[in-house]
Design a protein around this ligand. Structure first.
Ligand code: COA
Length: 416
């Protein structure tokens, strides 16, 4: 089956998570992604948090499927020469080195553009070019703090909190993928490549858009009616942490279900959607609340929203999270069980849709990974194993016209 990105050649000069997540997505959709790695060691995640001695760590395998691996020391003249050849015939180069590393290697944007004016050069950095922090190296949690996520996540009486979701890393990679695809479409019109840059701070902030909304509302009216601090608590001059409150116009909270005393995930998220008030009252056996002026409108409910949540918890006390959702779904109430990684890994629906996939690997045996969250009517992205370090070095060099003797010579000088 042909795939939409068949024929697009990508030099994957990425490491850790932000860059690899981007190029993995493009590889699923058909791009020929060649991961360039330092001989002997490769991407640092190959070795990080290993669960099997001598086999690539899951951290690596789950972010580098469907790629080829070429080992190349791009600081050596021989390695630079190979990279230049590859650049001349590639469509995209993706990198997420620390600030200035590519320039120091001799591959500035100007040089890359000179070598191949049609190539798209895509970069992830912690902060955008020209930002007063643009010299900083950045990892996930640093970005969550710099992008506004940490100050607005968690409970108001606790410290700023990091989300488990990779808002700084994989999210930035997804933004970069959109940028690359846009630049490829642009190139079809202009014939020219361009530089695409995404900062982790900007990508986190983009997902915290509603918190910037709240900052402006707070400055105008002095309170935020959907936050737990309203109306009994205090507001300062910055958006507070809202615990588990819903971020939009629908109040919601994480509520205890049967077994919460021993199972730390026996909870559901319950949303009180305005127009669902009547079915909620019926589901809870509280028909008298439907027309009661103290409960009838969202505004009337807000001052005693936690009393309402307590009543719902009393109703949930004899129901597991799954039983509760099975009842509530019949009343059209937006809700979900709090699912654990174990439950997700074994979820038959996620297996059937290809969101959780089992991938055979030469050294590890099979492992689980998250497949494409994007589904297409004409294509089912197939996930194949991540490459071993340097697995495709000979193949890639041969495709660039290197003879067996030349490949041998490159090995002799430890350039590959
Ligand atoms: N051959 C030779 N040298 C290579 C190489 C290769 N194939 N691949 C990388 N290198 C070198 C680089 O040239 C650079 O050398 P230099 O610093 O002497 O110029 C070095 O390896 C890599 O540097 P750097 O990317 O800064 O690695 P680090 O481990 O110190 O920092 C990060 C890691 C992630 C903090 C940093 O890369 C970064 O801030 N990246 C941008 C933001 C980002 O993507 N962060 C999220 C990661 S999930």
């Amino acid at each position: 089956m042909t795939k939409p990105l068949d024929g697009i050649k990508i030099i994957d000069f990425t490491h850790v998570q932000a860059g690899p997540a981007c190029t993995q997505l493009l590889a699923w959709f058909g791009a020929d992604v060649i991961k360039v790695e330092r001989p002997g060691s490769g991407d640092v995640t190959r070795n990080q948090l290993r669960d099997i001695p001598d086999a690539d760590a899951l951290y690596f395998t789950m972010l580098n499927s469907n790629k080829k691996s070429l080992t190349l020391d791009t600081k050596k003249p021989e390695g630079k020469e190979v990279l230049e050849k590859l650049i001349r015939e590639s469509d995209v180069l993706v990198e997420n080195f620390g600030p200035g590393a590519l320039d120091r290697m001799g591959f500035s944007w100007e040089r890359l553009n000179e070598l191949n004016p049609k190539m798209i050069v895509a970069s992830v950095k912690g902060f955008s070019d020209g930002h007063h922090y643009d010299d900083l190296k950045v990892y996930e949690n640093v970005a969550q703090c710099a992008g506004g996520a940490a100050s607005t996540t968690g409970f108001w009486d606790g410290p700023p909190t990091i989300s488990a979701a990779a808002l700084g890393d994989s999210n930035t990679g997804m933004h970069l993928a959109i940028g690359i695809l846009t630049a490829l479409l642009g190139r079809d019109k202009t014939g020219k490549g361009q530089k695409v840059a995404v900062s982790m701070q900007d990508s986190v902030l983009n997902l915290c858009r509603v918190k910037l909304r709240d900052q402006q509302r707070l400055e105008r009216v002095g309170y935020l009616e959907e936050y737990p601090q309203y109306p009994h608590g205090e507001f300062g001059d910055v958006v507070p942490r809202g615990g588990n409150a819903g971020g939009g116009g629908q109040p919601g909270w994480v509520l205890k279900c049967k077994g919460w005393e021993t199972d730390s995930n026996a909870y559901i998220y319950f949303t009180i959607q305005g127009h669902a008030w009547e079915p909620i009252c019926k589901a809870l056996g509280k028909p008298e609340w439907i027309e009661d002026p103290a409960y009838r409108t969202a505004e009337a409910r807000q001052p005693h929203i936690f009393e309402i949540f307590k009543t719902i918890e009393a109703w949930l006390a004899d129901k597991t999270k799954f039983e509760a959702v099975d009842i509530l779904r019949k009343f059209d109430i937006p809700c979900a069980p709090v699912l654990t990684m174990k439950e997700l890994a074994n979820d038959p629906s996620l297996r059937a849709s290809g969101t959780i996939v089992e991938v055979p690997h030469k050294k590890r045996g099979s492992y689980l990974t998250v497949g494409s969250p994007i589904k297409f009517s004409d294509m089912k992205p197939e996930v194949t194993a991540s490459p071993l370090l340097g697995e495709h070095t000979d193949e890639v060099l041969a495709s660039l016209g290197y003879s067996r003797q030349e490949i041998f010579n490159l090995r002799e000088v430890k350039a590959v």
